[in-house]
Design a protein. Structure first.
Lengths: 278, 248
């Protein structure tokens, strides 16, 4: 709709060349590039050993090797599937509980104290229990990811619903909105920014949970690749795994950001920020 | 100050809203130990423009909120039309709905869009139909709020210091706009304000609230448009200001 049209007009297209933009990119890239250069030099002149700190060039070539030997894709797919399934379950449960506690007193009384108590327990500490309960297959990994992701969703959604602007609620009441209309038109849109913050936090926690869960008894996935590489002292492959985790984290964060830009197009602050960074 | 009080148009013993837009009898509202309104009586005729002055904390907003149905009124003390529009000090537009959708929010009619267009044209905002509310200026947002109140053709329009947050120039334009809209639609209007000049410029009758009651009632019969420099205007302003405790 015209929402995206307005936004598109504000976004400077990245494809066209402009000098300020090029300088901006150079400024930002200078520091990481310098570190890479020093690292490469140190490795090439033999100051570091390939077993502890392999050269960037070696990491790149072993990454390429992972791709051509077909080891990367199936394991990447496995890890990605775990995160997607676990996250979906966690977001669903967190949203359901957040809505119930946010929209009704009864739900609040029944749900909120327990969740607030449970959230103080680091969910990764439950892994030994999960293994006892669910064995060492996929289930405990998915449960850990889902559990970790559900808390930020619940907490942010619940407080965002409760924090809906009383003045807007009054305006709705004066306009004769029914309870359902008020929830749909006022409360839920008001809670959406908070929910998206929760989604971003949930994503971060889901990746952390994945990394930890995959280091225990995994026979596939990026974590399995890394653990395997450790056993064979293939430090370069460990770095490859880290690169993949970083790229996935970045990618999914980008996805939520574009979701934010699309869903929260009404916020001038967002329009401005996009304009400045674009 | 009571010598200025006009005899009410009629004094029924019980509520009989025949021919009246608003009728309040003996309204008392309490918050904790403090009573904000004490046996307040108020009558507004259809199409009448009434301004309500009072110091802060005098119960102005409580009265307006009660009339708007946001605060409950004890049974038998209040008759107000169901069709009412309210404009608050802040525009209170939903930021996630485009301006025209805000205007017709809660309107259960099939031809919402043309109605929104007509209402926004009337307040001079036809060019901002599809804008996001947070991109409007203060004056524009308040005009959208006016359009939202008037699109329902209210029998009673409640204005709660609607221009207080605007700059002086915009405030004057908005006062003209409100007068035009009032003449076109002729709702009964209750304007809550702390601005004596604004009350005298707009209203048929100025009321002053003090200690939870109407302490002063001042008919304003000057023809519109009213000039602040005129002698009558100055006389009325002095009366109101001294009633408010300002030495002039």
């Amino acid at each position: 709709m015209s929402a995206s049209a307005t936004l598109a007009a504000k976004l400077p297209r990245a494809k066209g060349f402009s000098l300020p933009r090029a300088l901006f990119l150079v400024r930002r890239a200078a520091f990481p590039l310098a570190i890479l250069a020093v690292w490469q030099a140190a490795a090439s002149f033999g100051f570091t050993s390939p077993q502890t700190m392999p050269a960037p060039s070696l990491i790149v070539s072993s990454f390429w090797n992972l791709i051509v030997t077909g080891q990367l894709w199936p394991n990447l797919l496995t890890s990605l599937t775990r995160v997607i399934v676990g996250l979906t379950a966690g977001v669903t449960v967190g949203t359901a509980l957040g809505l119930a506690a946010g929209l009704s007193r009864l739900g609040e009384d029944m749900i909120d104290p327990s969740v607030q108590m449970a959230r103080t327990l680091p969910h990764l500490a439950l892994i030994p229990l999960m293994i006892l309960w669910f064995g060492i297959g996929e289930t405990p990994k998915l449960v850990i990811i889902a559990l970790g992701a559900s808390f930020p969703i619940y907490l942010n959604l619940y407080s965002a619903i409760r924090g809906a602007d009383r003045k807007l609620l009054e305006a709705g009441a004066v306009l004769g909105l029914s309870r359902a209309e008020t929830i749909w038109n006022v409360v839920l849109p008001a809670a959406l920014p908070g929910f998206l913050v929760g989604l971003r936090q949930a994503l971060g926690i889901a990746w952390i949970s994945l990394v930890v869960a995959e280091q225990i008894n995994a026979d596939s996935g990026i974590g399995y690749l890394v653990m395997n590489a450790r056993d064979f002292l293939q430090t370069d492959v460990i770095f490859d795994g880290l690169l993949v985790y970083a790229a996935l984290g970045l990618l999914t964060d980008r996805l939520v950001r574009s979701l934010e830009i699309h869903l929260l197009a009404w916020r001038p602050a967002l329009l401005d920020r996009v304009g400045v960074l674009g | 100050m009571n010598m200025l009080t006009e005899a009410p148009p009629h004094s029924p013993n019980s509520l009989s809203s025949a021919g009246l837009a608003v009728e309040v009898r003996g309204l008392t509202r309490q918050y904790g130990p403090n009573s904000v309104l004490r046996g307040l009586d108020l009558v507004i005729r259809p199409g009448e423009f009434v301004a309500l002055l009072g110091r802060s904390g005098s119960g102005k907003s409580t009265l307006l909120r009660t009339l708007a149905g946001l605060d409950p009124a004890p049974p038998g003390t209040l008759v107000a039309p169901a069709a009412l529009g309210v404009v608050f000090q802040e525009p209170r537009l939903l930021p996630w709905k485009r301006v025209w959708k805000n205007v017709v929010l809660g309107l259960r009619l099939p031809d919402a869009r043309p109605r929104a267009e007509a209402a926004l044209r009337e307040v001079g905002l036809s060019h901002r139909l599809n804008a996001w509310p947070l991109t409007l200026s203060g004056g524009e947002a308040q005009r959208a709020a006016l359009a939202r109140a008037l699109v329902r053709e209210p029998a009673l329009l409640l204005l709660d210091e609607p221009f207080a947050a605007l700059d002086a120039l915009t405030r004057l334009r908005m006062q003209d706009l409100v007068l035009d809209l009032w003449r076109a639609h002729l709702p009964a209007v209750l304007l809550v304000t702390h601005d004596v000049d604004e009350a005298l410029t707009l209203a048929d009758r100025v009321l002053m609230l003090e200690d939870g009651k109407i302490a002063l009632e001042l008919p304003v019969s000057m023809p519109r448009p009213r000039r602040h420099e005129s002698a009558v205007f100055g006389e009325l302003r002095r009366e109101l200001l001294s009633a408010l405790g300002v030495v002039v």
